[in-house]
Design a binder for this molecule. Sequence first.
Ligand code: ASP
Length: 444
Amino acid sequence: MGIKVCKFGGTSMADAKAIARVESIIRADKDRRYVVVSAPGKRFKDDIKITDMLYRCQKEAAETGSCKNSFSVIRDRFTEIAADLGLNFDIAAVLDETEAAIDAHADSPDFAASRGEYLSARVMAEKLGFPFVDATELIRFDSHGNLNAPYTEDKIKAKLSKTEYAVIPGFYGKDSFGNIKTFSRGGSDVTGSVIAAGADADLYENWTDVSGFMVCDPRIVPDAQIIRLVTYKELRELSYMGASVLHAEAIFPVQKKRISINIRNTFDPTAPGTMIVPTEKYVHADGQIITGIAGKKDFTVIFVEKSMMNAEVGFVRKLLSIIEHYGICIEHVPSGIDTLSLVIESKNLAGGVLNDIVNEIRESVSPDYVHVTENVALVATVGHGMARKSGTAARLFTALAKSNINIQMIDQGSSELNIIVGVANADYEKCIASIYREFFGQGS
Ligand code: ASP
């Protein structure tokens, strides 16, 4: 029998109707053995996520000694879910225990927040008739608060090799002192990935409320296509540039084991979703050159020119060390023979820092010319297909020229995986839409 780890997000666990869908998805495939769940999320736009309510509980407990008022919302929500699912288990007793435990750990926001996933997993285990395995048994953080991956992997292997089916709460584990600690928000995705890696799963299914990653932001192109197949590397480029569906840290544990991730939609289970695969499993679809387009606004480009820059030993080091001295990250460094640009997020240059840096550059490397361009947006066009197909850059630049978009900077990664262009913030949306139209529009 194969092993699939299935993680269900907050919307999939939001109420009894959604949970019933989750049940039928799991029952449809015997390989869906390890189920990782989020806390119930929003049922409608202005609803409050259980996790947010639990942070309020902790505050109330810290301030007054009891989380009674805030907890009543959680109590009502889980009581309703259990009743609607027709569960024959004493949810009231579990809720009483949980409320008392939050009061007893009133100094720990992590403890309170973790209880959403805990309760969610208890309910799901009951509904499925699978054993509940607590994440504290499997997931361990080190003294710096990072995942202790080797220890965690050993624990998962030891436990799951003896457990055919299990429901496991997402989002939290135990720190090196034995206290409950959570990942950052959205961290159940990471739990799912860690469990899949530890269990040597055949597939990590991440069930959410959309049918996969879109080629670009649907707020810019409302009918953007879904990406069917994407490699880890492409996804890393797209997520870095702002595309989000999956927690950024969720990629690494499964990537190391070359396990694919399938993003699926609980509310449209027949949709194939997006498959995220290691490069060796990537199959080029006919005619597909570009996988996705993503971008971010608000960068500053510091352009430095000096003739014979290439012959000056230590020039680039000096320049970079000025920025390092300010503790600022540089996002990109496109360069020519006598020119170099530093691309930096504008928020890091506020409060006079930009001026100071420019002055230091003038003093330290005596450039012929320094020029600053603010309000720059970066747009990355990503796809392995580019390396196989000549003329991709020409098509992209022609499309932008036709839309009257001035390209302020070009950076093509040496892997031929992406082309990044810098354009004015004001042209950002138009730039993405033009690239989409060129490569995915009618008759492209
Ligand atoms: N419930 C947590 C959150 O809202 C973790 C998760 O859902 O992944 O961030």
